[in-house]
Design a protein around this ligand. Structure first.
Ligand code: URA
Length: 209
């Protein structure tokens, strides 16, 4: 079973409050989502392997550590996932970015892939799939399916707000995928929105309605 990590650092909680507030406008919303993504990236990279190198400080020779050249890939689920990418790239600028677009089939109500563009070396990369909201879990499960189908071996899922239903769906379909969230909310409403949530993340990020 995949683990669930809630990143409830005070800075994340503070910023999330303003992200949730319906009176927060597009510009501020976008900036805050990016900032929270940066803070979450700091936590999610805690387990990156290090190697020792030898350097010279102005005072003496020293052994010190650097990140062991891990290949990372960030995969935003279109379109709201895009709002988290720049914030993550601030800390891991060398990561490659792939995109997965899904739409909901009006008859089956199941997510269907319409766009997938990934880095070429999928099998060698550690991926972080990002989407601000983990609601029913349908898109997250399908995006992870998509990555696995193309050879991905190591996948984490990161979002701002999750509903228990979404967490359960990802854990059930992908027990090898750990989930990183800023807040676990109460439930989904009849329209599939997370309660209390933040509304439609894509619309709030891009100023559409
Ligand atoms: N997607 C959103 O943008 N918001 C929700 O509450 C659920 C899914």
């Amino acid at each position: 079973m995949g683990k669930v990590y809630v990143f409830d650092h005070p800075l994340i909680q503070h910023k999330l409050t303003y992200i949730r507030d319906k009176n927060t406008g597009t510009k501020e919303f976008r900036e805050l989502v990016e900032e929270v993504a940066t803070l979450m990236a700091f936590e999610i990279t805690r387990d990156l392997p290090l190697v020792e190198v030898e350097i010279e400080t102005p005072v003496s020779r020293a052994k010190s550590k650097i990140i062991a050249g891990k290949k990372l890939g960030i995969i935003p689920i279109l379109r709201a996932g895009i709002g988290m990418v720049d914030g993550i790239l601030k800390l891991i600028p060398a990561a490659k970015v792939g995109h997965i677009g899904l739409y909901r089939d009006p008859e089956t109500l199941k997510p269907v892939e319409y766009y997938v563009k990934l880095p070429t070396d999928v099998e060698e990369r550690d991926f972080i799939v990002v989407d601000p909201m983990l609601a029913t879990g349908g898109s997250a499960v399908e995006a992870i399916n998509s990555l696995k189908k193309r050879g991905a071996k190591s996948i984490k899922f990161m979002c701002l707000i999750a509903a228990p239903e979404g967490v359960e769906a990802v854990q059930k379909a992908h027990p090898d995928v750990d989930i990183y969230i800023a807040a676990l909310d109460e439930k989904l409403n009849d329209h599939g929105y997370i309660v209390p949530g933040l509304g439609d993340a894509g619309d709030r990020l891009f100023g559409t309605k």
